[in-house]
Ligand binder design. Structure first.
Ligand code: NAD
Ligand code: MG
Ligand code: MG
Ligand code: MG
Ligand code: MG
Ligand code: MG
Length: 334
């Protein structure tokens, strides 16, 4: 098995003498910038004027334009939305990269699908946290971290790997474990994971369960607790100790139901669909569709999003969560 690296395995000097530009201050951007600064690195934030700028300034950063940040920095981490990176890269990043600089990403999409082709005289690497940005920040503050993958696409300085590892240390990922990958593997597994399991698969499973119960006449509040709220409680047990730990904690009745009914819901047909999803990720068909959807100003994305936000599980959920003050404020309300 490949070696998972931790803080004790990583030399950080190579990054300590450099200036890091964090381009974008959203979910990942704010977490990387704050964590790196608190880990002792020299960070500048590059942004266009707007809401994120205000937030970065409130957090004590001097915010400059993307072009100026790239000019000042040795390492440029691109934390813009994937679909906007190419335009910003062409306009503000590429003209200001100097030979021997490094350009970095938290997801391999634009490099792997050749939307961005960096010059031959810079390092190109990725550090991809395997978790949402707000948890990259929250876990760091708690003294922990979110695991990350790192990968080097281009190494002109001979230091790209050390810089990537030091960067992973700086955001707290090396407290949890850092694993080497390629841009191809990171991109394809990340897209597959979020589509089939984490985001797409899970939200569809939750909705289908909720709809099955409410269509059978059960109360929506009961269906919400059963099919959405409890997901976190079950997932926490899985996260802490695997499926076995979760099954240890649930009743034997629940465990027998898991064994006899789970494989009927997620079955060979589901797995065949997962293989289709993976094939479309690998062939670039998914990427092409997403790029075109953005070029057309997201007609389908916006329509589906509006419809999803009106799902009855969302309505009942809002009411119930207001009565559970211990449930954390959603990150989109901060
Ligand atoms: P986001 O949408 O949360 O934030 C994007 C930031 O870019 C915002 O601060 C926005 O103001 C800024 N921005 C947008 N257009 C800009 C422009 N033209 N000029 C300057 N700044 C601009 O993005 P995100 O979800 O953090 O994603 C960033 C990268 O991290 C992506 O490559 C994504 O795939 C990757 N990633 C994200 C997560 C996650 O938790 N969201 C997890 C792993 C990897
Ligand atoms: Mg987002
Ligand atoms: Mg991911
Ligand atoms: Mg992703
Ligand atoms: Mg139960
Ligand atoms: Mg049990």
């Amino acid at each position: 098995m490949q070696k998972v690296l931790y803080e004790k395995d990583i030399q950080t000097e190579v990054l300590r003498e450099k200036k890091i530009a964090i381009v974008g201050y959203g979910s990942q951007g704010h977490a990387h910038a704050l964590n790196l600064r608190e880990s002792g690195y020299d960070v500048v934030v590059g942004l266009r004027p707007g809401k994120s700028q205000q937030k970065a300034e409130e957090d004590g950063f001097t915010v400059i334009s993307v072009a100026d940040a790239v000019r000042e920095a040795d390492v440029v981490m691109v934390l813009l939305p994937d679909e906007l990176q190419t335009a910003v890269y062409n306009e503000s990043i590429k003209p200001n990269l100097q030979p021997g600089n490094a350009i970095a990403f938290a997801h391999g999409f634009n490099i792997h699908f050749s939307q961005i082709v960096p010059p031959a005289d810079v390092d190109v690497f990725l550090v991809a946290p395997k978790g949402p940005g707000h948890l990259v920040r929250r876990t760091y503050e708690e003294g922990a971290g979110v695991p990350a993958l790192y990968g080097v696409q281009q190494d002109v300085t001979g230091n790209a790997k050390q810089i990537a590892l030091a960067y992973a240390q700086g955001i707290g990922a090396a407290r949890a474990g850092v694993l080497e990958t390629s841009f191809q593997e990171e991109t394809e597994t990340d897209l597959f994971g979020e589509q089939a399991v984490l985001c797409g698969g899970l939200s569809s499973l939750i909705k289908a369960g909720f709809e099955t119960l409410t269509e059978a006449g059960y109360q929506p509040e009961v269906a919400y607790f059963e099919c959405l709220h409890e997901v976190k409680l079950i997932v926490d047990l899985i996260y802490e100790g695997g499926l076995e730990n979760m099954r240890y904690s649930i009743s034997d009745t629940a465990q027998w139901g898991d064994f006899v009914s789970g494989p009927r819901v997620v079955n060979d047909e589901t797995k065949a669909r997962m293989k289709e999803v993976l094939a479309e990720v690998q062939s670039g068909e998914f990427a092409k569709g997403w790029i075109l959807e953005n070029q057309a100003n997201r007609p389908k994305y916006n329509a589906i999003n509006a419809q999803e936000n009106q799902h009855p599980i969302e309505t009942v959920g809002k009411e119930l969560r207001e009565l559970m003050p211990f449930v954390k404020q959603p990150v989109n309300n901060k």
